[in-house]
Design a protein around this ligand. Structure first.
Ligand code: SF4
Length: 87
């Protein structure tokens, strides 16, 4: 992202940006939705591992409903990242 022209940066949308801050807010990064994110071949194993980890959690019967929904939402975002990487 161009720090002087952050158009499209999902991490800055609706964010309270600290005075003097420039550039992305990494703790708000949304790689599945941001046009600035780059999913390179070397990143795929990390995302695939995350996908497997989340799926394993969903396969357990011990999750509280809210926790299950949260993990399902995380898995959806991971799926979006992996879908983007194959386009
Ligand atoms: S890739 Fe992440 S950190 Fe970079 S601009 Fe997009 S949302 Fe922000």
């Amino acid at each position: 992202m161009n720090d002087d022209d952050p158009i499209g940066a999902k991490c800055l949308e609706d964010a309270i940006i600290p005075d003097g801050h420039r550039g992305p807010l990494l703790d708000r990064c949304q790689p599945s939705r941001c046009p600035n994110s780059i999913i390179a071949a070397e990143h795929i194993p990390i995302w695939t591992a995350e996908q497997s980890s989340l799926q394993r959690m969903l396969d357990t019967d011990t999750l509280a409903p809210n926790h299950r929904r949260s993990i399902q939402a995380q898995l959806k975002e991971v799926d979006r990242v992996l879908d983007r990487s194959t386009q």
